[in-house]
Design a protein around this ligand. Sequence first.
Ligand code: FE
Ligand code: CA
Length: 503
Amino acid sequence: MVTCVKRRTFVLGGVGAVVLPRHRVVAGPFTLGVASGEPDPDSVVLWTRLAPVPLAADGHGGMPRADVAVEWQVSPDASFRQLVASGTATARHDEAHTVHVVAGGLRPDFEYHYRFRAQGHLSPAGRTRTAPPPAAAGRDLTMLFASCANFEAGYFTAYRRMAEERAGLILHLGDYIYEGVAKPGHVRQHLGPEILTLADYRRRYGQYKVDPDLQAAHASAPWLVVPDDHDVEDDWAGMHRLDNLPPLSAAQWVQRRTAAFRAYYEHLPLRPRSAPAGNAMQLYRRVPWGRLATFHMLDTRQFRDPQACGGGSKKCADADRPGRSLPGLAQEKWLLDGLAQHRGAWDLIGQQVFFAGQLNAAGVGNMDAWDGYRASRDRIQRGWVQRGVRNPVVLTGDIHTGWANDLKADYTDPRSPVVGTELVCTSITSRGDGTAKTSIPAGDVNPHLRFYSDRRGYVRTTITPAQITADFRGVDAVSRPDAAVRTLASFALRDGRPGVNRL
Ligand code: FE
Ligand code: CA
């Protein structure tokens, strides 16, 4: 659909404003932007979706029933004078006209630009890059990570500020969308009821992805993504629902999970091997970054045992039961096997829920986080110690506040050795503006938790062979657009010495 409108643009002159009329194409199929992800040394996934009417109720974005050809181009320069890879993909009606192109034959550790063309329209261009080859450390890497972007809770300014960093890689650790019905009184409102069907999920992704700040973050760098609970529904655990709201039969819950997985894959730049097969999706995966780092991306929802003692914040002896697992026993083994390969200087574990022990003085902890699966956490930590893993670093989302943590062999013993490091990003918007407070909440009895922040934002890491510098970046507000970002605190993680060091 082509819509040309006469538009008036105000251009500020020296004295007052000059009004210039101009013609501009304001609609076309590329309303949801472009994205890239999953870089390896010679390829990257390129993503877009055709949706001239992104909020169409049937979830098809205003597209006809037919499949549509989409041309794609990759160039080393932003002007696209020279193409190093190009082709034509098919945007299928039954996939909501999304495309996942694996652009191959690229140079390792190299920056590229990409774009699409369909139905006579050219997409915006995105910037991406490949990973270094296996034997090389490559250049230092700026990696950002973020999670939890509730559209209703505020403007996506943190995504805009991430785009401005021009990072090498962005990790998104879940809650990319929220599934709830519109709640009055928020900064912005979800469209429609709580999402249940494939059409609902597709339209919800449409509502999020029209946001220009989110589009800018996708266009700025390749992403590695893993979902958490709200990408499907609040606090789900495997085939278990923590609450039954709205009430669903077992079959309806399977349908909902299937729809959510399908829409998640459709809208994010995942490799085709992650495409869901019915009600299952292969999301845990390793992404090597030469000799510098290995990203181990975990799936902490699909295979977990139900939350102990009915979930919530509790003192719960059942959380210690040895048979319980958060990633599932197969994924625990997969993670430890991967850590034993010692491929990169840093083993970065991208996952969703708070990893360090955080029980209060009365022994109460969050049963949705690793505190509700303590034997599983112990097996993983002991496993990496036994395998001599030099620099294990857990990267976490979910709790809408920022934290920097020393990981301890025994969280109940202050003299227990530090065996790893955890960095927890705050949210993009969830929990609202927050406060400038950066001290650990009063009453916290866990000295291994070294930093807390209640601002919205992201974590910026600069990864070198000898050190990771982690900057906790916070935006001043999310209740108004375009707020400034600032560094709230910085930490150094030093090679061979687990734990955080405040700079
Ligand atoms: Fe969240
Ligand atoms: Ca969550």
